[in-house]
Every structure is written in structure tokens, then in C-alpha cells.
Design a protein around this ligand. Structure first.
Ligand SMILES: Nc1nc2c(c(=O)[nH]1)N[C@H]1C(S)=C(S)[C@@H](COP(=O)(O)O)O[C@H]1N2
Ligand SMILES: [Mo]
Length: 508
């Protein structure tokens, strides 16, 4: 009897510790995979309507806490059972834990918008719990009811202390994870019920010829789920939109403060802008194009009236990150906006909810501040920003560049007509032409898809008559002013890579 309770305690403690580890990881690494919450969400999805209604009837707004409490009981009882099984019929206790982990994985990957990454916390929870259970069970098997343990055995006291320690660590980890992710969850909940206002000025419809239907070619508008993400945030800031303020400070005649409701009440405009990271290597994928909804920053700056001599706006994120943008780029009439919408949806949390900056023509590190809360009008001579303090250039105009998407690098293609296709960009200038070169031969003019605007990338394609063998393909873009892409290779640091994207293909 005594060993039954000990084994059950070991199992429950192992499960608590596994869940705790997962809660910490889901708070800091993958934001959405908390095993308890994803399973809870799966249970809600699977419950029949009458059950949901009676639970809501009984517990009102406490329905979620009731559900989480039920899951906690299931986890503890299941853990106890696993402990007992592991002592009597190893490895069935660990198998039971693995089954629990599999339920977590299933729940995690079936949530809307979830990816494989969201399965990580559940996998981790099961792994940690199984390892701990194996360890605690072997301790338990070695215990002797004597005060002084003989060689090869452990005292009962040590087993009890270890099991308690494992359970306590799990509880502490769970509490820390909860505290750390509370802001993110609150912001997610606020975003889920937020409806974007209608644009006062809609973007012109996408030109019919803006995209080629070439398989493997990047879509001309990048879906939010596939949009690259770059930031220094270990944890995505969870901002309460009700509490959000934008302050315009520094060298201005008048400080301006704006609430989220005030921003939404302004006439918002839609525009397509292609965002690029300065760390994008030649041929890299740190680039994406979206339909943004926002308000022109120049109108807000006009309210604040920058004083003479100011030439930079230091934008600040809620988490302390900063970017230094030339004042001119924010006032020269381009679509430099405070964005609240991305491809018809509220900004995803990872992309800056509730408000970020988007400035055509500049790399993200000098312009695209997510979770933006302040615009300090200042001078390049007086202020530096996060990345310029770390060796990157103060000015970051996007460099004219191009990429081959198909054939994918290193793939085999069949001899005959082969479509070579990709994208080219020179934001705020526009693309004038794209040429491809096969095996160092003549530069051949590619066909261009219609431009959405000079602020966006442009698809291109070339129909190549391919002979069998190994071939090298390069691409070179020319901008709308006739300037050609730089051929000489340079590294991404300090102000963006140059060089031509070159791929090898095997034609059979
Ligand atoms: N708050 C904050 N904003 C940020 C960053 C950051 O680290 N923190 N990174 C910038 C960089 S370097 C880029 S390239 C873009 C990327 O935006 P995305 O993640 O929405 O694609 O965001 C910019 N905005
Ligand atoms: Mo970036």
C-alpha cells in the first residue's frame, strides 16, 4: 500500500514537473503551445453544445478556470496512475505519459494558425515527465525502510525529498510561465475580438498581371503566417491596446499623445509595401510583401511640428528596442505609416500588435519598429539606435536586389522548356528590368509581372531551353531609373548584402 502511494506521488510529481517545463518554454520560446491550454481548447472544440452551455450556466465566467481545474485533476490522477504502472509493469507508466504527450501534440497542431513548433512544449513535457518518472521509480525501488540506507539503496526520506523537490520545481515553473505569458495572452485575447476599421483610402486592386502562376514562385502578397519574423524580443511584448499610447517627443514645438482609439478614428489608408531585413543574404528569404493598413506618420509629425535642425526620428518599442529613421523619409509623402493591419487582419502579435511602423524603401532595422510607443524627433548627430550601436550603418536604404525562386537551388529539372522565375525589388524606386544569365553567357531579358507599386517587389520569369548537364543561372535587376544591381559581393553588415543570386541546376 505504501509503495502504491509512493509510486503514485512519483508519477504525479513527474507530470507536474513536465508540465511546468512546458509552461516555461511556451512562455518564452513558442508562444502558443502550453499543453494545458491547447488541450483545454481541444476539449472546448470537441464538447457538445449542451455540455458547454451547462458548464457556462454553472460557472459563468469561471468556466475556463473550471476547465483548467478539471485538466489539472486529470493530469494528477493520470500521473499517479502512470507512477503505479511504472512500478508494477515498466515501461507502461512511461508509455501512458507518452500517450498524454501525444494528446498534447495533437491538440497543439490542430489549433487554428498553429505550426509544428507549437508541438514542442507537449513533446518536452512528455519527455521530461517520462525521464523523471524513470528516475524516481528507480529511487523508489532502491528504498529500504531503514534509517541508514545500505550501499546501493536510498533512504525513504531521500525519496520523499526528491519527489517533493520535483513537484515543487514543476509548480514554480508553472507559476513563472503563467506570470511571464499573462501579457501575451491578454493581448491575444484583445486582438481576437478587435475588428479593423474600414480604410478611408483603399489600396488599388492588385493588377491582374501582378502574379505569374509559376509553381514555387513566391506569392506576390506574402501570407501573414509565412511572413519572415526578425526581432530581438525573447518574449513577444503583450500590449493592452486600451493602455497603448504613442507619444511624439523631442525636438518638436508641441508634444503629441495618441491613444489606440484615437488612431483608429483617423482616416486610415491601405498600401502594399515590401519589407526587407538588412540581414537578408543574397538569395535569402528575409523579405515579404503585405497589404498594410495605417495612418501616415507625416500627418502626426505635422501636428507635433519638428523644429529646425531635426533630421531623425528615433522610434521606440515597448520593449526598449529603437530605430533611427531619417525625418525626411517620414515626411516626403511616401506611404510611411503607423500600421494596425496586415493583409486584412489586425497585426499579428509577432509583427507588432497593436501598432508598428512601415516605411517603404528602408530596411527594417532603421524603420519598421514593432510594438511602437514613442517617436522622439532628434538628430543623427545626437542619437543612435539599437543596431547602429552594434556596428550597423545609421542609414539603411534598401539595396536593389533580386532572387531566383525556381528552379529551387540544387534541384534536378528535365531538358526542354524550363521556367526560371523569382522576385526583384528596389523599394520606393521600382524595378525597370530583370535579366538572367546562363553559364556566363549573354544577359537575357526576363518577362516582368505588373508592378503593384514602386514600393513592392516584382515577379519575373524567363523561359529557358535547357540542355542536359550542369548549369549555372544568375539574375540581375535594373531599377526604374536604369541603375543596375551591384555585382561585387559584400556582406550584410554594415548596410546590406550585394552580389548576384546564382544557382546551380542539374538538367537531365
Ligand atoms: N520592436 C522591434 N521592432 C523591430 C525589430 C525588433 O527587434 N524589435 N526588428 C526590426 C527588423 S531588423 C526587421 S527586418 C523588421 C522585421 O519585421 P517582421 O518581423 O514583421 O518581418 O522589424 C523591425 N522592427
Ligand atoms: Mo532586420
Amino acid at each position: 500500500m505504501r509503495s502504491f502511494w509512493s509510486a503514485a506521488a512519483a508519477g504525479a510529481a513527474s507530470v507536474v514537473a513536465g508540465v511546468g517545463a512546458a509552461e516555461l518554454v511556451s512562455a518564452f520560446v513558442v508562444q502558443n503551445g502550453s499543453p494545458v491550454l491547447v488541450v483545454g481548447s481541444l476539449v472546448i472544440d470537441l464538447s457538445p453544445g449542451w455540455l458547454k452551455e451547462s458548464v457556462i450556466g454553472l460557472f459563468g465566467t469561471g468556466d475556463k478556470s473550471f476547465l483548467v481545474s478539471c485538466l489539472a485533476v486529470v493530469l494528477l490522477v493520470g500521473g499517479g496512475l502512470a507512477g503505479w504502472l511504472e512500478l508494477r509493469r515498466p515501461p507502461w507508466g512511461r508509455v501512458l505519459i507518452a500517450i498524454g504527450g501525444a494528446v498534447g501534440v495533437l491538440a497543439a497542431v490542430t489549433r487554428s494558425g498553429a505550426g509544428v513548433m507549437d508541438a514542442i512544449p507537449s513533446v518536452l513535457a512528455a519527455l521530461a515527465a517520462a525521464l523523471l518518472l524513470g528516475w524516481l521509480t528507480s529511487l523508489l525501488r532502491g528504498t529500504r525502510p531503514t534509517r541508514v540506507a545500505p550501499i546501493g539503496s536510498v533512504s525513504r526520506r531521500r525519496f520523499v525529498a526528491t519527489t517533493t523537490g520535483v513537484a515543487a520545481s514543476g509548480i514554480i515553473a508553472t507559476v513563472l510561465g503563467e506570470l511571464a505569458s499573462a501579457g501575451y495572452r491578454a493581448a491575444s485575447a484583445a486582438r481576437a475580438v478587435f475588428r479593423l476599421p474600414r480604410p478611408a483610402k483603399k489600396a488599388p486592386a492588385l493588377p491582374a498581371g501582378a502574379s505569374f502562376d509559376t509553381p514555387g514562385l513566391s506569392p506576390v502578397v506574402t501570407p501573414n503566417a509565412g511572413f519572415y519574423r526578425i526581432d530581438t524580443a525573447l518574449q513577444v511584448p503583450g500590449i493592452d491596446p486600451q493602455a497603448w499610447r504613442l507619444r511624439i517627443t523631442g525636438k518638436v514645438e508641441r508634444e503629441v499623445e495618441l491613444t489606440f482609439a484615437e488612431l483608429l478614428a483617423l482616416p486610415l489608408e491601405e498600401s502594399y509595401t515590401t519589407l526587407t531585413c538588412v540581414s537578408n543574404v543574397v538569395g535569402g528569404d528575409l523579405i515579404g510583401n503585405a497589404l498594410w493598413l495605417g495612418y501616415p506618420i507625416r500627418h502626426l509629425l505635422a501636428r507635433a511640428r519638428p523644429v529646425a535642425g531635426a533630421d531623425m526620428v528615433l522610434s521606440k518599442s515597448q520593449d526598449g528596442w529603437t530605430a533611427g529613421t531619417p525625418l525626411e523619409a517620414l515626411t516626403d509623402g511616401r506611404n510611411a505609416i503607423l500600421a494596425v493591419g496586415m493583409n486584412g487582419e489586425p497585426l499579428p502579435l509577432e509583427h507588432g500588435y497593436p501598432v508598428r511602423m512601415v516605411v517603404p524603401g528602408l530596411y527594417g532595422y532603421v524603420s519598421a519598429t514593432k510594438w511602437v510607443v514613442e517617436l522622439e524627433v532628434t538628430r543623427f548627430a545626437d542619437a543612435t539606435a539599437y543596431w547602429t550601436d552594434r556596428g550597423w550603418s545609421a542609414r539603411g536604404p534598401v539595396k536593389l536586389s533580386s532572387r531566383i525562386d525556381v528552379p529551387a537551388r540544387g534541384t534536378q529539372v528535365h531538358a526542354g522548356a524550363v521556367t526560371v522565375a523569382g522576385v526583384a525589388w528596389s523599394q520606393h524606386v521600382g524595378i525597370g528590368a530583370v535579366h538572367v544569365q546562363i553559364d556566363g553567357g549573354d544577359w537575357l531579358q526576363a518577362e516582368l509581372a505588373d508592378a503593384i507599386s514602386p514600393d513592392t517587389w516584382r515577379q519575373w520569369r524567363y523561359s529557358w531551353q535547357a540542355d542536359p548537364g550542369q548549369h549555372t543561372i544568375r539574375v540581375r535587376a535594373t531599377d526604374a531609373t536604369g541603375k543596375q544591381q551591384i555585382v561585387a559581393e559584400s556582406d550584410v553588415i554594415p548596410d546590406g548584402a550585394t552580389g548576384l543570386h546564382t544557382i546551380q541546376v542539374q538538367v537531365v
